[in-house]
Design a protein around this ligand. Structure first.
Ligand code: AMP
Ligand code: MG
Length: 404
């Protein structure tokens, strides 16, 4: 049995970043940037007004009140062509280019207008309400490094950089094989000795959440032939996930059937709960993650190992079990030699203090509790009994790499 940290390191070693594809900005949300992105333009391209008012030379309005002559208008999209001289001004609107000769803006509230005579009531320092060229960024500035998930704000910035296409890592193709004689599909009649293949759906959704393209290859029955045939379709995937049949029961054939076909096993057991029996290796030249069949075990191991694998394939900093430290809301018993991941509720009080309370029953078949959990409390091997009010580490389950 190896530790969670060792297992995470081995999983990360088993993958490399996937190749690049170019997508339009319309399709870039949530994708992983594979290249640095320099801006094609400066923003703003020239000095522009930040207000509606009058473009002036600051030294011209050093003594107020004073009267200037309006010689033109500058709007966003159509600037003023001429030059402002002493005693002159140009009516200007937000976003319009600053006319030549002007260095600041008097806001319209500080003027009184009589035809083309503009009485200025307040002085302005040079540069007031002017956005200089390149205030935001300049042409050629590298605004993005690779290894970042593109958010909605990023999309806006990329568009402003005049970048219509971006290079992203292609989505990992993940083949999913469910195993078990007892499995039926949702919607079918469920006999007394059958259960619904919920994991196939959950795991596909974990893959999609983490930025991959899942493909369910169906259910292999607990025979060598059925497993052999179903697994063969995994060829060409970036990752094969098997579900169930990973332990040591008489019907747990996954490892032995793959073994007959040259499985290169990296590890098989992890000192964690839930999720002890977890296969990782290479099969048919595809990395394979053999998840345990219990739905919560499959979910927790996905939250750790599938996430790390996807991170590497997407060129992101791989997940290393990043933890958040919070207050424990209830006592916990001492732990044994396996790292525990307790499904827990997380609350936050008016001062922002976060408190985690583990659900009383931690059975790895309890999917409702798993779906309701806000976080996993991480209990290291041999952790001492903990009291309400102590600090504990958690992995939030509502994490999102996308942000706003
Ligand atoms: P196994 O790892 O195959 O021994 O399965 C452990 C437990 O998880 C058993 O109770 C199985 O019925 C259940 N299980 C296995 N595969 C799935 C699945 N795809 N969906 C839901 N439960 C499953
Ligand atoms: Mg089974």
């Amino acid at each position: 049995m190896i530790s969670v940290e060792q297992a995470l390191a081995k999983v990360c070693e088993g993958f490399t970043p996937l190749g690049l594809e170019t997508v339009s900005l319309d399709r870039a949300l949530g994708r992983a940037l594979a290249q640095e992105v320099p801006s094609q333009v400066s923003h703003p391209p020239v000095a522009v007004s930040a207000m509606d008012g009058y473009a002036v030379q600051a030294r011209d309005v050093a003594g107020v009140p004073c009267t200037l002559t309006q010689i033109g208008v500058a709007q966003a999209g159509s600037g003023f062509d001429g030059q402002i001289g002493t005693g002159q001004t140009v009516r200007i609107f937000t976003g319009a280019p600053l006319p030549q000769g002007a260095d600041s803006i008097v806001i319209q509230e500080n003027t009184s207008v009589d035809g083309s005579s503009i009485k200025v009531l307040e002085t302005v320092p040079p540069g007031k309400f002017v956005r200089p060229a390149g205030l935001d960024f300049r042409s050629g500035d590298v605004m993005f490094k690779s290894g970042k998930i593109i958010s909605a704000r990023d999309i806006g910035l990329l568009a402003a950089m005049n970048v219509p296409w971006v290079g992203v890592h292609r989505k990992p193709r993940v083949a999913i094989v469910s195993t078990g004689d007892e499995l039926v599909m949702p919607g079918q009649t469920v006999g007394p000795d059958q259960i619904i293949n919920s994991n196939a759906f959950a795991v596909a959704a974990y893959v999609a959440t983490l930025g991959g393209d899942p493909l369910n290859l169906g259910i292999a029955r607990d025979t060598r032939q059925s497993l052999h045939d179903t697994l063969a379709s995994a060829k060409g995937a970036d990752l094969l996930i098997t579900i169930g049949g990973a332990s040591v029961g008489d019907y747990d054939l996954v490892q032995s059937v793959m073994g007959e076909q040259g499985l290169e096993l990296s590890f098989y057991k992890i000192a964690m709960r839930p999720g002890k029996p977890l296969i990782f290796g290479r099969f048919l030249d595809v990395p394979v993650l053999g998840l345990p069949g219990n739905p919560v075990s499959a979910g927790v191991t996905s939250a750790l190992f599938l996430r790390a694998a996807m991170d590497v394939m997407l060129g992101l900093t791989p997940f290393h079990g990043a933890l958040v430290n919070v207050v424990l809301g209830d006592d916990l018993d001492a732990n044994d030699h396996r790292q525990d991941y307790l499904r827990a509720h997380l609350s936050i009080d008016s001062l922002g203090v976060q408190t985690a309370v583990a659900f009383p029953r931690q059975d790895s078949s309890m999917m409702a509790r798993f779906a309701q959990a806000d976080c996993l409390i991480v209990r290291p091997p041999l952790a001492r009994a903990a009291k309400k009010g102590d600090r504990v580490d958690i992995i939030p389950l509502n994490f999102s790499r996308l942000g706003f």
